[in-house]
Design a protein around this ligand. Structure first.
Ligand SMILES: C[S@@+](CC[C@H](N)C(=O)[O-])C[C@H]1O[C@@H](n2cnc3c(N)ncnc32)[C@H](O)[C@@H]1O
Length: 219
């Protein structure tokens, strides 16, 4: 199991990007957000994509297990914050963003009751298969009906490399989400294989973007 807190301490955060994700800018409209709407970013790290949402006039709620990652987010973006304790979380917040420091699986529907959209980049794919099932069903249980989810995944021959990031196929997305969500594949691209994947013999690497909408069970 990945020790995320240690990875932050060791600065082993190769997933982090200093630029805004291309698929986010391309497909943000799928979330159907209106000015001031609240976007949930699970397993948020210190992603700059949260700054993008704020700059577009939206509010953000994130959850991240590493306090170091959260402090780096505020410090590196020169954003001021206050701190409060709420249930199992320490919340770092200002008028535009609240980042809950703690375990995603401790979040509940009350905390996320105003959420309109969810942005998942490198969150589902950060988790091994058993936790991915738990993650997807927990997501269903904590976000409001009709919330939209912009989901980014990657796929590659998993047998050749252990995650994270983990390969999540189109079939798996269907298995994880089709019961509780309408879902639409927005884009699937066969991408360049990064050197660290080529080194272990991987010759196929695909990225995919999905738009999900939470429906009532059985509808
Ligand atoms: C691969 S990173 C992706 C971060 C971010 N989504 C991005 O695109 O940069 C996964 C993040 O999830 C955090 N994390 C892992 N398990 C978690 C959990 N159960 N609850 C909250 N955060 C968690 C890790 O500390 C790490 O920052």
């Amino acid at each position: 199991m990945t020790d995320w807190i240690q990875r932050w301490k060791d600065s082993k955060i190769g997933w982090h990007s200093e630029s805004i994700n291309d698929s986010l800018t391309k497909f943000i409209e799928c979330l159907g957000l209106m000015p001031g709407d609240l976007v949930f970013v699970p397993l948020c790290g210190k992603t700059k994509d949260m700054i993008h949402f704020i700059n577009q006039g939206f509010k953000v709620i994130g959850v991240e297990i590493s306090e170091l990652g959260i402090k780096q987010f505020f410090d590196e973006n020169e954003v001021s914050y206050s701190v409060k304790v709420l249930d199992n979380f320490v919340v770092y917040y200002n008028d535009d963003i609240s980042i809950y420091c703690g375990d995603y699986f401790d979040l509940n529907a009350d905390i996320l009751s105003s959420v309109v959209g969810v942005y998942d980049r490198a969150s589902l794919i950060a988790l091994p298969a058993d936790l991915r099932r738990k993650y997807a069903s927990h997501l269903y249980s904590i976000i409001p009906t009709d919330s939209k989810v912009l989901l980014l995944t990657i796929d590659y021959p998993q047998l050749k490399k252990s995650g994270p990031p983990f390969a999540v196929s189109n079939n798996e997305v269907e298995l994880l989400y089709s019961d509780g969500f309408d879902f639409q594949l927005l884009e699937r691209i066969e991408d360049n294989v990064e050197p660290k994947f080529i080194d272990v013999g991987i010759d196929f690497f695909e990225t995919a973007t999905y738009c999900l909408r939470k429906k009532k069970r059985g509808k």
